[in-house]
Ligand binder design. Structure first.
Ligand code: NAD
Length: 334
């Protein structure tokens, strides 16, 4: 089977090639790598393929899915957990097989969440530059001791739970909000309502999926409910946050600091070298001016273990379709 693999970077090729050789050396898939992301403009690159393999910022709306089905594509393989970029109803109507990698390394994202919090709180990114410049002043690097602070986890699924365990290990009080709280989380933290979590947390960390009901869940009103000066962390999906509302809250000092690995308009920026470009996104550029804002370019998943697992599970999903066996990672139509 021939797969058009969109939005590929050198590391995707490395780990997919490895997995392809390991899964069935006598009958490997034919992987056709594309640098381009999938959109209505690039969908024709999938002609002649039976599957497409995509990542978080590829666009799989009804128009793209119809074009794919028209080319004879039967499967959409998401090499990620989130599926907010796929029109699932259209995929279902067209009879497309859609599968994802539900859990590759929740700890990888949880550990990156910790890295963001530690860096932003203790200003290690600024200290690094200062010391290299021969400046050993401490003024401006003051942090807070995390021990005994309250951390609110919004979405206590796999990544939220792994994050909760890390903060519990630091001696924090951990609160969690989830419409479907798990027993595992209750062994680590207290399940509370979202309003109570926002009002009590020194750090609020988002770990729920992006859906219509969660889009802009952090907005002017919810920020008002937060503790003044709290830190907001988002390693989930950019559109959980209304970024202009967050900028207003940073300016008014209601929000103490912001760490994000994801951004609502990230598709225009992330995973590319834009260092020589003029960036038109004024909202993003405003964020870049705050000393108390830390942004990474969607790298929470980016560990060797996670990439190995993503590649193996992605190809396993397609082999289920090829071999006519049930696939546990199919994304059902909503
Ligand atoms: P998961 O499905 O295990 O957990 C998500 C949890 O969110 C579930 O328990 C669900 O009940 C809960 N939830 C649903 N609606 C909610 C709401 N309105 N408020 C609070 N909680 C709600 O998913 P996961 O593996 O923990 O991943 C979480 C998210 O992390 C993914 O949806 C994805 O967007 C993001 N992610 C980011 C990266 C990265 O590199 N930064 C990598 C992987 C996943």
């Amino acid at each position: 089977m021939k797969i058009a693999v969109f939005s590929t970077q050198p590391y995707d090729r490395r780990f997919l090639d490895e997995a392809n050789l390991q899964s069935d050396p006598s009958n490997p898939f034919e992987l056709v790598y594309q640098d381009a992301s999938l959109s209505a403009r690039t969908v024709s690159l999938a002609q002649g393929c039976e599957a497409v393999c995509v990542f978080v910022n590829d666009v799989l709306d009804a128009e793209v899915l119809e074009a794919l089905a028209g080319y004879g594509v039967r499967a959409v393989l998401l090499r990620c957990a989130g599926f907010n970029n796929v029109d699932l109803q259209a995929a279902h109507r067209l009879g497309l097989f859609v599968a994802r990698v539900p859990a590759y390394s929740p700890e990888a994202v949880a550990e990156h969440t910790l890295a963001l919090v530690m860096t932003l709180n203790r200003h290690t990114h600024r200290a690094y530059n200062r010391v290299r410049e021969g400046n050993f002043m401490l003024d401006g690097l003051l942090g807070i001791t995390l021990h005994d602070k309250t951390v609110g986890i919004v979405g206590t699924g796999k990544i939220g739970l792994a994050t909760a365990r890390i903060f519990k290990g630091l001696g924090c009080r951990v609160l969690g909000y989830d419409p479907y709280p798990s027993a595992d989380f209750q062994a680590v933290g207290e399940v509370v309502e979202l309003d109570d979590l926002l009002g009590a947390s020194d750090i609020v960390s988002l770990h729920c999926p992006l859906m219509d009901s969660t889009r802009h869940m952090i907005n002017r009103e919810s920020i008002r409910q937060m503790k003044r000066g709290a830190m907001l962390v988002n390693t989930s999906r950019g559109a959980l946050i209304d970024t202009p509302a967050v900028i207003a809250a940073l300016k008014s000092r209601q929000l103490g600091s912001l760490a994000i690995d994801v951004y609502e308009q990230e598709a225009q920026l992330f995973f590319h070298d834009r260092s020589g470009d003029i960036i038109d996104d004024d909202v993003f550029q405003r964020l870049m001016t705050f000393p108390n804002v830390l942004v990474t370019g969607h790298q929470g998943f980016f560990t060797e273990e996670a990439l190995r697992e993503i590649s193996a599970v992605t190809l396993h999903n397609l082999s289920c379709l090829r071999d006519g066996v049930a696939c546990a990672n199919v994304v059902p139509a909503v």
